[in-house]
Write a protein that binds this ligand. Structure first.
Ligand code: HEM
Length: 308
């Protein structure tokens, strides 16, 4: 059972920035660690990359293979590479798993860019960038479809219960993470009436109110992701932001979870891999272009693998 005491202890263990909101600007780096680069060389580079900076958080997480290469004293039991997922209705989510994820975020875009340059200068000779993406907060926390994103995120200590591996488990205080770059097809989505768009998301657009009863289609995004298993709401902690430019734009989805199964259940429900067979109509208007699972260790565990 998650007592207030346990959750407060977990909260203190997290890498800084896991919960701090609002932030207006973000940058995401997904990087490969070539086999020729030794653990000691990477440790040295990462210590430089992660030097604290005023007003910006530099979070870091590791793919399953990279975590093993650090020869840690423990491995979270569910840590695994993201598998390519296929759904019943022709939808798929690709795997683009790499080794190291940097989550750089703060309020000021200039400060964030300075931190990106610090990280890049430290790792440019040892890691290869697979994804190098800006992110930003939109007015009223709306994503580029115009809907408010993040409303049903858990609050206060419920965030900790949702996002961090519980005390007593391997990796306690850390998080399982999913990142996916979703590219939007706004030219199609924006041709829908507001009513039709609301049926896709499961909330009203202007006032951000959840649809109820018969008004809520089983194919809406909220219906597919609001899940209870054995009486337990499968809550996750989302920190996604819009990203993009004129040609390529969408949502860089980020979720932290105490348990990887929670995330997988939601993805399978979106894909229609369920008894009801419904897929998420949001996938008609958005395509997952990347997919990776990460382990974001607690602050002390990060310190340990970077200095041992
Ligand atoms: C194109 C990508 C996505 C977009 C644009 C999007 C957008 C939204 C929006 C607008 C909401 C309603 C407001 C809110 O409660 O935040 C929402 C809810 C939610 N989304 Fe997504 N989302 C995307 C992908 C995902 C994925 C991949 C997952 C799961 C792995 C997910 C999980 C959730 C959850 C858990 C909720 C809250 C459901 C509830 O309890 O009401 N979303 N999303």
């Amino acid at each position: 059972m998650d007592s207030t005491e346990n959750l407060t202890a977990l909260l203190a263990m997290a890498q800084p920035g896991l919960y701090d909101d609002p932030f207006r600007s973000a940058h995401y780096l997904e990087m490969l660690w070539p086999h020729a680069v030794s653990r000691v060389t990477l440790q040295k580079a990462l210590r430089k990359a992660l030097q604290p900076r005023e007003g910006v958080y530099i979070g870091i997480a590791f793919g399953a293979a990279a975590w093993q290469r650090f020869q840690p004293s423990f491995t979270p039991v569910q840590l695994q590479p993201f598998p390519r997922l296929e759904g019943k209705n022709g939808y798929a989510m690709p795997s683009t798993q790499s080794d190291i994820w940097f989550w750089i975020h703060g309020n000021d875009q200039g400060d964030v860019m300075d931190a990106v340059l610090q990280v890049h200068a430290a790792v440019r000779d040892v890691l290869i960038a697979q994804l190098d993406l800006n992110g930003f907060k939109n007015r009223e926390e709306r994503d580029l479809t115009g809907f408010v994103d993040g409303t049903a995120n858990p609050k206060e200590l419920q965030r900790v219960a949702a996002a961090q591996i519980p005390l007593g488990e391997a990796g306690a205080g850390g998080s399982y993470v999913l990142t996916q770059k979703w590219s939007h097809h706004l030219h199609t989505f924006n041709k829908l009436s507001e009513y039709e768009q609301e049926q896709v998301i499961g909330r009203t657009k202007h006032d951000n109110i959840e649809l109820e009863g018969d008004d809520m289609p089983p194919t809406s995004h909220v219906s597919r992701t609001d899940v209870t298993v054995d009486g337990v709401g499968q809550k996750i902690w989302r920190r996604s932001t819009p990203y993009g430019n004129a040609e390529d734009h969408g949502l860089y989805f980020i979720a932290f979870a105490c348990n990887l199964k929670r995330i997988r259940i939601q993805l399978d429900r979106m894909l229609g891999n369920t008894d009801d067979g419904y897929s998420d109509h949001l996938m008609r208007y958005s395509t997952a272009e990347t997919g990776a699972y990460w382990f974001m260790p607690a602050e002390a565990d990060l310190e340990a693998i970077l200095t041992r």
